[in-house]
Design a protein around this ligand. Sequence first.
Ligand code: GDD
Ligand code: MN
Length: 363
Amino acid sequence: MTTSAQLSIVVPTFNETANIAVLVERLSDSLGPLNWEVIFVDDDSPDGTATEVRRLAREDGRIRCVQRIKRRGLSSACIEGMLASSAPYIAVMDADLQHDETLLPTMYSTLQDEALDIVVGSRYVAGGDASAFTDDRARKSELATRMSRMVVPESLQDPMSGFFMITRQAFESCMRNLSGIGFKILMDLFASAPEPLRFKELPFTFGQRFAGESKLDNQALWDYGMLLLDKLFGRFVPVRFVAFIMVGGIGVAVHMGLLTLFYQGMDYGFVTSQVGATLVAMTVNYVINNVITYRDLQLKGVDWLKGWFSFVLACSIGALANVGVAGYLFSQQTAWLLAGFAGIVVGAVWNYAITQLYTWHAQ
Ligand code: GDD
Ligand code: MN
């Protein structure tokens, strides 16, 4: 009987077909006799990354594939990969060979020999290097690092790193508090730990991407803000709700603009104008929420149409609830401004709760 892996390497992938075989070969070379496995977590990449992983897995039992359907997200992929592992040590690294796999044996021995929970591959300690970054990217990374100090230890030089190794015990202590939002899984782990993680940073040179292209876009910036908010205030209010309300604010502006256009500019009747403005505003809200608030569960194709229908239906009922509550409170002598506001709150909470369940099927 062979014993199970001592070290799992979790690799999130999206459109990385051309990097998989090279990465596995390099892992094999640097880890030598160590008992390891690699778990690729692929979000149903259109380029067939999962098929490529399984092709290799049929020849090598150390390769595993977790394929997620209709899901997106680097952090959540890493978390699910770590949950699929039984090994006492778990590493996370990118598929594109920007992370130096020859550091893994040192990370492993450091974790074994010293009283540590996590070892971080760091670009910003002496000997590390991130010159592969463009100036603009380096500036953003620096700003993000500075902001992260609100939720991670000051002395951690590279909380934005996506390359680290953690003990199973430490991971399990954090796993129920993780946000799983966006790109920054390391920051999430540090900010979720009930006891401060004992860590050490080992320098490495952040290389050039081998094949394919980076998935870090402006959305990642928004996700970063959401992760930070969730870590700071998530105990009190779900961060998706905050995003939903912000998008709702955009909807109100669109609504008022269109109402003015239809009623004043185009001479439609008031009710017709209001109905038109409402429908367009709801659709705009739906589109933005689908792309931003629920990007990880984004609806496409026929599902998009079904989603739009359920969203409009839910929000229409929300509007009735809004008017019902406000009307009742007003009839009970509540000040009109307060009654109106209470109606909005009830409507917004209803819209959020129902569409999260029936439009995007979030848990
Ligand atoms: N499953 C899954 N789902 N994987 C994803 C997704 C996703 O939605 N988005 C990206 N990935 C995978 C990529 O396929 C790659 O293997 C890895 O996550 C990193 O993505 P890149 O697109 O290469 O990111 P980057 O190089 O710009 O940023 C990396 O380096 C930064 C600096 O260390 C990431 O590791 C960042 O987290 C890190 O901050
Ligand atoms: Mn990369």
